[in-house]
Design a protein. Structure first.
Length: 256
């Protein structure tokens, strides 16, 4: 595994109070939707480079999928699988140059989502990554849910693994599903200095917010290539961002 990201356990207190889909609606009502180029650029560089927790390999390059993304849900909860499918569909509608969809078979998937009970989360992490690494992850992140990906030497993501808990309520499930799925696509570095992104451990969304749509659409623009350095991205970003702005405005029906 090249990198990990997690939604940290302290979000539990907030989600226990909010707890359900109305909590998402209330956040959507007050969502900030207008950003300067500098604000979008800052968030992109802080999340697309680096990693919240990484085991090996360089993290100073762009990492992304260069092939269609197919998501397999591994678990018994039909209701959570249905919610996950809606999340994947929503992500696909809002990222212009990303081909992402659910698949019925694990063999056809390059993103595997394990749906587990909260009490089985740490055991699942231990099974997937070994007890020593699981202890490191628990100590470093104390996760509520987890994602990670494996990349090749060209910094192309080849496979992602996501672990979501199914029994902490709708808000936590959807919050985790969006954050971990999106981070498994490349922007895996959390940052506490950008207040509008779900990739901030102090922020809980439960939906695909406009700010993060900017970040993911920049990342999956064809001019942003796996393996690019900070300097290389900076050179093409102004033209990329202009096109991304037009797309995000259209798909969200934003005002001029």
């Amino acid at each position: 595994m090249a990198a990990f990201a997690a939604l940290l356990a302290p979000v539990t207190a907030l989600s226990a109070a909010a707890g359900d889909v109305p909590a998402i609606v209330s956040r959507q009502r007050i969502e900030k939707k207008s950003f300067t180029d500098a604000e979008i650029t800052e968030g992109f560089f802080k999340t697309a480079f680096g990693a919240e927790y990484h085991l090996a390999g360089r993290v100073d390059r762009i990492r992304k999928y260069n092939v269609p993304v197919r998501v397999f849900a591994d678990g018994r909860r039909a209701d959570r699988k249905a919610q996950l499918a809606k999340v994947v569909s929503d992500i696909g509608k809002r990222i212009q140059h990303l081909d992402i969809a659910m698949t019925e078979t694990d063999e056809d998937a390059n993103v595997r989502v394990k749906l587990v009970r909260d009490r089985d989360l740490y055991r699942t992490i231990s099974q997937d990554y070994g007890s020593e690494r699981a202890r490191e992850i628990k100590t470093s992140l104390d996760p509520q849910c987890l994602s990670g990906f494996r990349k090749n030497d060209a910094f192309e993501i080849e496979h992602s693994d996501v672990i979501l808990t199914v029994d902490n309520g709708d808000f936590v499930f959807l919050d985790c599903a969006y954050e971990e799925l999106l981070q498994s696509l490349g922007p895996i570095n959390d940052t506490s200095s950008v207040p509008w992104t779900m990739f901030n451990d102090n922020v809980s969304m439960g939906f695909f917010d406009v700010y993060d749509q900017y970040i993911l659409n920049v990342l999956y623009d064809p001019r942003i290539k796996a393996g690019m350095t900070f300097t290389e991205v900076k050179a093409v970003l102004p033209t990329v961002l202009a096109d991304v702005r037009a797309w995000v405005k259209q798909v969200n029906d934003l005002p001029e």
